[in-house]
Design a protein. Structure first.
Length: 95
């Protein structure tokens, strides 16, 4: 996992990633992509909506393809396989 494309502005001085607060009850995918890219929730929501992805869509709740699509649009590459991890339902590797 790593940060690419010179998107280091999302890092704090101590090297940790800046959190992004989701603005919609089911907007965790958008907030996650925003945190990875170092953008605001609103900026990534506009990108997602432009791709036809909306936080209220229940299809988002059962697949990672939407997160992959948003990250691809933001210039990131993700793994095509899910990694199982006992601490999480899904683990998605971002390159």
């Amino acid at each position: 996992m790593g940060l690419l494309n010179g998107c280091f502005e999302q890092l704090r001085v101590d090297g940790s990633m800046r959190p992004v607060i989701q603005k919609e009850k089911t907007g965790c995918a958008i907030a996650s992509c925003a945190a990875i890219a170092g953008l605001s929730y609103e900026e990534v929501r506009k990108v997602a909506n432009g791709l036809g992805i909306y936080a209220h869509d229940q299809a988002l709740w059962s697949t990672t393809s939407y997160i992959r699509d948003i990250l691809k649009e933001l210039g990131y590459t993700t793994s095509t396989e899910l990694t199982t991890d006992p601490r999480s339902k899904w683990v998605l590797t971002v390159f």
